[in-house]
Ligand binder design. Sequence first.
Ligand code: MSP
Length: 509
Amino acid sequence: MPRFYLTTAIDYVNSPPHLGTAYEKITADVIARFKRGAGYETRFLMGNDEHSLNVRRQAERQELDPLDYCAKMEDVFRGVWAKLDVSFDDFIRTTEERHRLGVQKLLEAIRARGGIYEGTYEGWYCVSCEAFKQEKDLEDDLCPLHKARPDWISEKNYFFRLSDYRDRLLELYREQPSFIEPETRRNELTNVLEAGLLDLSVSRPGSGWGIPVPFDEESVVYVWFDALMNYLSATGYGTDEEGWNERWPADLHIVGKDITRFHAVIWPAMLMAAGVAIPRQVFGHGFVNFQGEKMSKSLGTAVDPLEAADHFGADPLRLFLVREIQYGQDGDFSWDRFEARYDSDLANALGNLVSRITSMAGRYREGRLAASARSSLPEISTQAVTDYRTAMEELRLHDGAAAAFRIVGAVNEFLTERAPWKLAKDPDAGGALDEALYEAAEATRIATVLLHPVMPQSTLRILERLGGTNGDPIRLDDDAVFQGGRTLSTRTGEPLWPRLSGGRSGGRS
Ligand code: MSP
C-alpha cells in the first residue's frame, strides 16, 4: 500500500485555537481522509509548539509552571480538534523527550558537517513572530505582522550557514516546482532567494525554556529550528531509526502563507545540511479573515471554532471552509455567508434530496430500489468522480467539493424531469419509476461518498439511509462506482439539516 505522510503547522499555545488555525487543521484533515479513501496508508501529524517566549509569558501570567500550562493547553487543543473531527494519527509536543532527542541529533549532524559556527547576533527580534528581523522587513520601525516594535538584541549565538543554500534552493524550485505550492508562494520565495540569504542564528542564550544546545548548555535552540524539527522527530529520528527510515520524508506540509518561508527555505536547508532527505511538498494556504478583517483576538475579530461548530455541527463548518475558499487563497468567514451556504448546499440541495429520495422509495417501493435501465446519471457521476480525484490530488479541495455537488444538482434536475410522483400514479410506468428512484439514489450515494472527507459524520448517516457502502472503511475504488444490477435498501429519517427559518436570528442563538 502506498504511504502518505502529511503534517500541519504546530500551534503556539499562548491562546486557544481560532477559526483561522482551525481552518488549517480541517483542510489537512480533509486531505488525510481523502488519501485514506484513495488507498494510501496515511499518517497525519499535528502538534503544539511550546518553547516560544510568548507561551512562557502566558504561563507566568497565569502563575503556572510552563509545563503545567502547556499540558493544560494540550487538553484545550485536543478538545477543539475532537469537536471538529480532525483525525490526526499522532500529536507531538515540542517539550516531549522524543522531540528533544531528535532536535539535538539534527543539530549535531549539521555541526559535524561544518554547518554551524559561533558568532554574535546584533539586530531586531520580534517575539510574536519568534523571528530575527532585518531593517528592510520593518514598516515604520514596526513588525508589519504584529504592529509591534521588535526588541534590539545583541548576544552570542550559534549560526547556521543558511546562505550556502541559496543556489541549491533556487535549483530545487526550478527542477521540482511542486516542492512549493501554490505558484504565488513559489514566486514570492524565489524573489526572497534571489535577494540573497543571511546565515541564521539557531540558538538563544539561556537555559530555562527551550531545548539545550547539546554542545553548549548555556544556550537553547532557537524556537523555529526546534519547531520545524517536529515533523522529523515524530517519525522517530533520534529515537527510532527504523521508524524514521520507514516514514520519512514527509509527503506534504500544510502551513499558512505567513510561515511558508520557514518551511520552504530554512527547513529544506537544515535537512540538506544534515544529509537528510527533504519533504516532497510544502503547501502554503491562505488566511481566513472575519468579515473582511484579519482575525485577531485583540481586535475582537477572532472567531471561536467551537461556536461556529455549535451553530450547525462540525460538518457544515467544514464544508463551508472547503467549498467557499479556493485552497491556497485568502477567504472570508461571515455568519451570513455561513448560513447562506448551509441553506443552499445542505438544507435545500443535499438534505432535501436525501429526504425526497428516501421518502419516495419508502412510499412507492417499500424502501427497496432495484436497478434497471440507465439514464445520463451514471455518466455524470463517473465524470464527477474522475474530476474529484484529480482536484483532490492537486489540492484543489474546493473543486473536489464542487464536483460532488455537481452530482447533487444533476440528481435534483433528474428528479424534476422524471417526476417519480407522477410515474407512481401510472400503472404502466412501474419500470420507469424503479429506474428513476434507483438511479437517483445511486448517484446521490456516490456524491455522499465523495463528500465523506469533508463531512465525515453526516455522510455516514446519509449512506445508512441510501443503502450503505460496500464495506468499512469507505474506499473510493469500491464505493465511488455507479453500480447496476443490485438492490438498494433505503430508510427514511429526521431531516439532516433543517432549513433556517430565515436569517441569522433564525439560526444562531
Ligand atoms: N508555531 C508556529 C508554527 C511552527 S510549524 C513548525 C506558528 N504557530 S501559530 O499558532 O501562530 O499558527 C499556526 C498555523 O495557523 C500557521 O500555519 C498559521 O499560518 C495558521 N494561521 C494563523 N492564523 C490564520 C488565519 N487567520 N487563517 C488561516 N491560517 C491561519 O506559526
